[in-house]
Design a protein around this ligand. Sequence first.
Ligand code: FE2
Length: 117
Amino acid sequence: MTDIKAEDEYLFHHSVNVCVLALVTGIHLGYSKADLLTLGMGALLHDIGKVKIPKAILNKKGCHTEQEFEIIKRHPIYGKQLLYDEPYCTIAYAHHERYSGEGYPLGLKGNEIHPFA
Ligand SMILES: [Fe+2]
């Protein structure tokens, strides 16, 4: 989190907000305290791969080009590389997957996606 905060103040706040929303969701789903701890930690770190994306692209005002968006879409892969412990690397890797299969990086569908992601 120190690395995230040093790299990007917005990303730090986004990560904390995602953590709060994930924990509220996890509490609603009846997760155990151990699972909530894992979920919360994964949520805090889900976007850590963005520290590898050039700031000029990440913080660009306005719309990204298709090429820039392809670079941004690598952040789940970088996150997996940075967080080599399970399930944190899987959470980071799969957090842009969508239930419909329209997400990235793998286009996983439904229950193929880790529930914490
Ligand atoms: Fe992300």
